[in-house]
Design a protein around this ligand. Structure first.
Ligand code: SF4
Length: 296
């Protein structure tokens, strides 16, 4: 809406570059009255994020949109390079994904924006629908196709303006408009699970070209029984950010790293729950002894 402040989650990749370019273009052309800002998260990945941030800085100058960069190092005291040193390459994307999600919320709060626009394209959404079906994750399945999520008081809304735009269209648009973007893959990729979903989708697309939109449409039409348990959105008692569990996943992962127990919060739910319960007991004891220090 006119007057709203929107942070474009900018990675320097093709999707967020096209998104920033188009939002700026339409905002100027049609006088939308949006206050646009670029928000980048520096995960601390040498040879990947440091280079892609240079592209974001160029976007800032080319499109004349202010840029805010927040790093995992300043927010959590860890870089992904150091996290991978600790945990190896197996669960790195879990740490990275959980921290990024919260880092965007932190950045958005800092910048006092009304919503965060992300560059998820149609291919990404179809992959996510498939992954959530394969994992049986009904909670995420229910919300992953929404074009706008989290408009509650404590949540900063996420919007996906490119939700119906094919990846191919984005690549062609960036090419013909000669947009500068960064296309190298993360040095800690691949995220194997998403990679399988992507390969499967590409195979399906060969025999049924409309499959991406069909899967998105299926995801949008899904209805869940009232009896299906939904996670309750609340606020993490430790860091104060949105979470459906206490403490939030980011706080558990961070605690694990700081205590030299990086597997805390990773793995099967039941095991994670057991560890969390044990950790809560320990924390309660420490709290009683006034030893708990807020990490943020
Ligand atoms: Fe982070 Fe994994 Fe993506 Fe690399 S591939 S940026 S480690 S989530």
């Amino acid at each position: 809406k006119k007057g709203e402040k929107v942070a474009v989650a900018a990675s320097g990749g093709k999707d967020s570059t096209v998104l920033a370019y188009i939002l700026k273009l339409l905002n100027d052309r049609h006088d939308y009255g949006l206050d646009l800002v670029l928000l980048s998260i520096d995960e601390g990945i040498t040879g990947y994020r440091d280079d892609s941030l240079e592209t974001v800085k160029q976007n800032r100058d080319d499109y004349q949109i202010p840029l805010k960069i927040l790093s995992y190092d300043e927010l959590y005291g860890w870089t992904m390079d150091r996290i991978v040193e600790q945990i190896g390459r197996k669960n790195n994307c879990t740490f990275c994904g959980v921290f990024r999600r919260q880092a965007l919320d932190r950045g958005a709060k800092l910048l006092q924006v009304d919503s965060i626009a992300t560059g998820h394209n149609a291919d990404d959404i179809a992959e996510t629908v498939l992954m959530n079906i394969l994992r049986g994750d009904t909670a995420r399945l229910g919300r992953c196709t929404a074009i706008r999520t989290g408009s509650g008081e404590d949540t900063i809304a996420r919007v996906k303006p490119l939700k119906y735009t094919y990846e191919k269209e984005i690549v062609m648009y960036a090419h013909y408009k000669k947009l500068v973007y960064f296309s190298t893959e993360c040095v800690f990729a691949p995220n194997a699970y998403r990679g399988h979903a992507r390969a499967f989708l590409k195979d399906l697309e060969r025999v049924r070209p409309s499959v991406i939109m069909d899967i998105i449409h299926s995801g949008e039409q899904l209805k869940f029984k009232e009896t299906v348990k939904k996670p309750e959105r609340g606020t993490c008692g430790r860091c104060g950010f949105v979470s459906s569990q206490q403490p939030c996943k980011a706080c558990i992962l961070l605690e694990g790293l700081n205590r030299g127990l990086p597997k805390l919060g990773i793995g099967k739910k039941s095991k994670g729950d057991r560890m969390r319960a044990k950790q809560d007991q320990e924390l309660a004891l420490r709290e009683r002894a006034n030893l708990v220090k807020n990490d943020f």
